[in-house]
Design a protein around this ligand. Structure first.
Ligand SMILES: Nc1ccn([C@@H]2O[C@H](COP(=O)(O)OP(=O)(O)OP(=O)(O)O)[C@@H](O)[C@H]2O)c(=O)n1
Ligand SMILES: O=P(O)(O)OC[C@@H](O)[C@@H](O)[C@@H](O)CO
Length: 445
């Protein structure tokens, strides 16, 4: 077993989380942990995850194993890891990959700065890969460097759309019942063909469900099941819940999952995944404050206001910017509260230029000045002005006819600045906040 960049024998505490992410997601995670306590009437369990990622993706029909196929130039498995890393109460993530893909996997971990990851060798079947992942967590194994969790999540590496709520549901249910799995309604009816490929019988669709992922187990339940498992089951089985029932006599609690839990199997699934990822990326915004203090004030206000509209809002004063860009955020709002010389915006644009962000998706940078670079004549002066630039062209929203004073050179300054933003779509908003710098209180106009 090999640890990822977190190194050491014990995976570090949740890796450097994005400040805003820490704010929003950690709050969610914290509330989740309290849910453990409330609903299960017990303390939050130690939780680890095993991700089988050792397949060859034959049904995808491409040379690259599907877990490494790019979506927006980023490997599919990286999105799944990112989804699990957003859940701060998952302490260890064990990924089973083949020996030939080990270096590829390490490169992905390094490139996208994934944390809490340990790698194990995959097996020739999915069950054997999962078993190898569980061994890495068992304490009866030589050189075991990870502590045994109370609950282990098993989740296919090619199911990138997994949210904290379903993970919490299966883990909470596993704590109580010993095993749990996400299920979805069947789309097609299940039939049984006869030996001459004629219909033998069909199942009443409403009485059956599709078994999806994530699944969760008390670690001892599933580990003992795999230890007793027959070679036949390890070779041909596809259902971990079945192993828990057959060998540990545990009837898993079934949990309704969301439609997005599907497994990327065929090429069409990759196209569908790309559409969903694009839609989700468009819902992600990073607010970049020019000072840490403003991050705590204006940033948190914006976070509170925006988080009901967006699926992920991150607020930072810069120290996490590199990680945010690595995670492929595409929408940035630079709040220049203290300065209006574009310093922070320029720094972001430079980082975007130097990053490997996919150019398949436009980056939007909105620079907001609380001290407008120029005054507008009445009655416009008290309205926010939306001036936006597309590849160096200046467009004025709504105020085309606004007569500017002699300070056009300020507008030209913005225009020159925007020309630097080669591939970004750059927005500039001038808000007239009244900011009492002394007592750091902010009043919106
Ligand atoms: N020996 C194997 C086979 C599969 N998997 C993993 O199990 C998950 C679900 O399996 P599946 O969708 O069947 O993946 P593949 O086996 O790669 O697909 P195919 O059957 O089309 O080859 C995937 O993340 C896959 O990488 C694994 O870890 N080890
Ligand atoms: O058989 P495959 O390896 O394609 O897929 C595994 C799936 O069966 C499995 O992920 C769920 O059905 C839940 O067990």
């Amino acid at each position: 077993m090999e640890s990822g960049p977190s190194g050491g024998s014990r995976p570090a505490e949740p890796g450097p989380r994005l400040r805003g992410l820490r704010g929003a997601d950690a709050a969610a995670s914290a509330s989740s942990l309290s849910r453990f306590g409330a609903e299960a009437g017990c303390r939050a369990p130690a939780v680890a995850a095993v991700l089988p990622a050792g397949g060859s993706g034959e049904r995808m029909g491409v040379p690259t194993p599907k877990q490494f196929c790019p979506i927006l130039e980023r490997p599919l498995i990286s999105y799944t890891l990112q989804a699990l890393e957003r859940v701060s109460w998952i302490k260890d993530i064990i990924v089973a990959v083949t020996g030939e893909n080990m270096e590829t996997m390490k490169g992905i971990i390094q490139r996208y700065q994934h944390k809490r990851i340990s790698l194990v060798e995959a097996g020739v079947t999915r069950h054997r890969s999962i078993f190898n992942g569980l061994k890495a967590l068992a304490e009866d194994q030589p050189n075991c460097r990870l502590s045994k969790p109370e609950v282990v999540i098993i989740h296919d590496a090619v199911r990138p759309f997994v949210e904290e709520d379903v993970l919490l549901n299966v883990v909470t249910a596993a704590q109580e019942h010993g095993a749990s799995g996400a299920i979805r309604p069947l789309v097609s009816t299940v039939i049984s063909p006869s030996v001459d490929s004629c219909l033998d019988h069909s199942l009443e669709r409403a009485r059956y469900r599709a078994s999806e992922m994530p699944q969760a187990f008390l670690f001892d339940v599933i580990y003992e099941a795999y230890q007793q498992c027959s070679d036949y089951d390890l070779e041909f089985g596809t259902e971990c819940l079945h192993l828990a029932l057959k060998y540990s006599h545990i009837k898993a609690k079934l949990v309704e999952g969301s439609p997005d839990l599907w497994k990327v199997t065929y090429k069409r699934d990759l196209y569908a995944a790309e559409s969903i990822i694009k839609e989700r990326i468009s819902q992600q915004v990073c607010v970049v404050m020019d000072t840490k203090e403003d991050e705590e004030h204006v940033g948190r206000c914006l976070e509170e206001m925006l988080k009901t509209e967006l699926n992920h809002i991150k607020v930072t004063s810069g120290q996490d910017l590199q990680q945010i860009i690595v995670e492929q955020c595409y929408n940035f709002v630079c709040m220049n509260v203290m300065t209006s010389d574009f310093e922070e915006t320029q720094r972001l644009l430079n980082m975007l230029e130097e990053s490997n962000l996919s150019i398949l998706y436009p980056v939007v940078v909105i620079s907001v000045d609380t001290e407008p670079l120029f005054e507008f004549p009445e009655p416009y002066s008290k309205f926010p002005l939306a001036v936006y630039f597309t590849y160096g062209n200046v467009h004025f929203l709504d105020y085309e006819s606004v007569p500017f004073g002699q300070k056009m050179e300020k507008v030209m300054q913005i225009r020159e600045f925007a020309k630097e933003a080669k591939k970004e779509i750059f927005y500039y908003l001038a808000f007239s906040y009244i900011s009492h710098r002394r007592n750091r209180s902010y009043e919106k106009v």
